[in-house]
Design a protein around this ligand. Structure first.
Ligand code: F3S
Length: 290
């Protein structure tokens, strides 16, 4: 059996940076005298991976899962994950005297800056992305006016705005490139005055392209990722188009492979929040057993 592992599988730069930030904080607090140590929190799970999160929990890192709980916090270190957060989250931490360690991915930070600057100038913001996704919620919270979130071509077609206004279109970093282009085309065709900033992250784009190519040549495709991770789900969607027999698994335990005799090639890829050890486990299992 020919096994192809995507080179881009696994942690992206931003996720790796966020996970390392937590590790550094654990070491930093442990190096302090007992009475001086601060409790460590992450605002939301640091990544969409249960194993990594529970490993950190065992080392005393707690997850704050709501703004209300953050508001009650008066002491400690709060780590912001790579998805980033709305401006009011920083304001609350500052008001409460809580130490903020910002692990927002610099590519997401760039979107916050664009949205903040443009909206301050009076430009209306359109975010192409999945409404409710934490990254999108964070981006929304940097606009001084009310931004619009468009998640599909249907929503773009339904959109009725003010054509005398200026619009700035940005994208969730993990959005699919071709879908983004289709949405932008609709706004242009409808004659809206738009300034388009494609803020899709290259890491996502490269991962998707590579997954697409591998899946087209694979008889079986395995996508490793958390079902809650939007970039993993998108990888699965893409791979399923290229290869009918695509499996979406979280860990090796979920893998119940049925390989037909005619199958010659198994492709493997993984979302941005999948740790290397899980990818390695799956890869060596497939190599050993098929
Ligand atoms: Fe950052 Fe791109 Fe990852 S935006 S968090 S490097 S997918």
């Amino acid at each position: 059996m020919n096994v192809i592992l995507a080179e881009s599988a696994g942690f992206c730069f931003g996720v790796e940076r966020a996970v390392n930030t937590v590790r550094e904080q654990i070491l930093l607090q442990q190096s302090k005298a007992e009475g001086e140590r601060l409790p460590i929190y992450t605002y939301g799970s640091i990544i969409h991976n249960k194993q990594v999160v529970s490993d950190f929990e065992n080392q005393g890192v707690l997850v704050i899962d709501s703004l209300e709980k953050l508001e009650q916090l008066k002491k400690g270190v709060v780590i912001i994950r790579s998805h980033g957060v709305a401006k009011n989250v920083y304001d609350i931490m500052e008001k409460n005297g809580v130490t903020c360690v910002d692990a927002t991915c610099p590519f997401v930070k760039r979107i916050h800056k664009i949205v903040h600057t443009e909206s301050e100038k009076g430009v209306s913001i359109i975010i192409v992305g999945n409404d409710g996704h934490p990254e999108v919620e964070g981006i929304k919270g940097w606009a001084v006016n009310r931004p619009v979130v468009i998640g599909s071509t249907e929503e773009a077609l339904e959109f009725e705005g003010d054509k005398s206004k200026e619009y700035c279109i940005v994208s969730q970093t993990t959005f699919q490139n071709d879908k983004f282009q289709d949405i932008v085309d609709i706004f242009c065709k409808k004659d809206y005055n738009v300034n388009v900033v494609n803020t899709i992250c290259n890491a996502t784009h490269e991962r998707q392209e590579e997954a697409c190519k591998i899946s087209e040549n694979a008889d079986i495709m395995i996508v490793i990722g958390d079902p809650q991770s939007s970039n993993s789900r998108k990888l699965f969607e893409i791979c399923r188009k290229g290869c009918e027999r695509t499996y979406f698994i979280q860990t090796l335990d979920d893998l119940h492979l049925e390989i037909p005799d005619s199958a010659k090639t198994v492709g493997i890829t993984a979302g941005a929040s999948t740790p290397n050890n899980i990818i390695e486990e799956v890869q060596s299992y497939v190599r050993r057993n098929f």
